[in-house]
Design a protein around this ligand. Structure first.
Ligand code: SAM
Length: 292
């Protein structure tokens, strides 16, 4: 039997428990770097021993240095390489700024609005996650501190080519970002052939939610929708999903394969092969999405 040393007993661990799943996981914390309660949520930043710096919102890890690239690359690049000429992009949420960084790697983009409800998340990210927030001063980016539901409701028809909904889980202020009315507004404010990408929870634990998201996307008028699954460690269960939908065209129409191959920036996960894999439906999800 292994002897528990005094050092081990004094170790600090953060545990995230996924309600109703019988699953939890822990990160070893070397130092609590920041903790506050904002007007919207509890915001903590830890220096961990295995995952670099991690940001936790209301008890759920939102981002870690070690595995942020899986999520941020999938949220940004498939949609931007499917669209023929993406010029105007809207990011809803995304306060850690990792999606903004990936979007701005595309030189053809003229303008990005990032609409984050909680200014504190952006300010704390700027302090503790310099690699994620390095593009915040890009003149093409406008970071706005407003409710994304209201922003989309008030936006003009056909005003964006791509919308990326990088939200927290569907509770509190993020709840409205998962509703039918919100998706209908996203459809209305997209240009023809435009795409929306939404954070769509665990494909293993939240299958009802995933099916509901796709029902709402199709109900809002999107011609095609598809769940993209990929590895993450810090979102419970080791695999996560983002869902992509397109207005007026199929997702496979006109993919800019040559531009994917010749992209003038480095990715750590996304490439032609990953794009192909993201667009194929794993067998275990077929029954979840059948009959939409
Ligand atoms: N990738 C992360 C995840 O899945 O956990 C989410 C990252 S990002 C930090 C999520 C952001 O969505 C948070 O900063 C939160 O403040 C923001 N948010 C939640 N509801 C919102 C709303 N209604 N409008 C705009 N931003 C919102």
């Amino acid at each position: 039997m292994e002897r528990i040393t005094a050092a081990a007993e004094s170790e600090l661990w953060f545990t995230e428990r996924m309600a109703g799943t019988g699953f939890q996981y822990s990160l070893q914390v070397a130092e609590v770097l920041h903790a506050e309660v904002t007007p919207f949520q509890r915001l903590e930043v830890f220096r961990t021993t295995g995952f670099g710096t991690a940001m936790v919102l209301d008890g759920f890890v939102n981002v870690s240095d070690k595995d942020e690239f899986f999520y941020h690359e999938v949220m940004a690049h498939p949609a931007l390489f499917i669209h023929a000429r993406p010029r105007r992009v809207l990011i809803i949420g995304g306060g850690d700024c990792g999606v903004l960084r990936e979007v701005l790697r595309h030189g053809d983009i003229d303008h990005v609005d990032m609409v984050e409800i909680d200014e504190r998340v952006v300010r704390v990210a700027e302090r503790f996650f310099p690699a994620l927030t390095a593009s915040n001063s890009d003149p093409r980016a406008a970071i706005r501190f407003e409710d994304g539901v209201a922003w989309v409701r008030d936006a003009a028809d056909a005003s964006y080519d791509v919308i990326i909904v990088d939200s927290t889980d569907p509770v509190g202020p993020a709840e409205g970002l998962f509703g039918a009315a919100f998706y209908a507004d996203c459809h209305r404010i997209l240009t023809d052939g435009g795409l929306v990408v939404v954070q769509s929870e665990s494909p293993l634990f939240h299958q009802g939610r995933l099916a509901e998201i796709h029902r709402c996307l199709r109900g809002a008028g999107f011609a095609d929708s598809h769940p993209m699954t990929y590895p993450t460690v810090i979102y419970g269960g080791g695999t996560w999903s983002s869902s992509i939908a397109r207005k007026g065209r199929r997702l496979g129409d006109g993919v800019r394969w040559d531009d994917i191959d010749n992209r003038p920036f480095t990715t750590r996960y996304y490439d032609r092969g990953i794009h192909t894999g993201l667009m194929s439906l794993p067998g275990y999800l077929a029954p979840v999405l059948s009959g939409l």
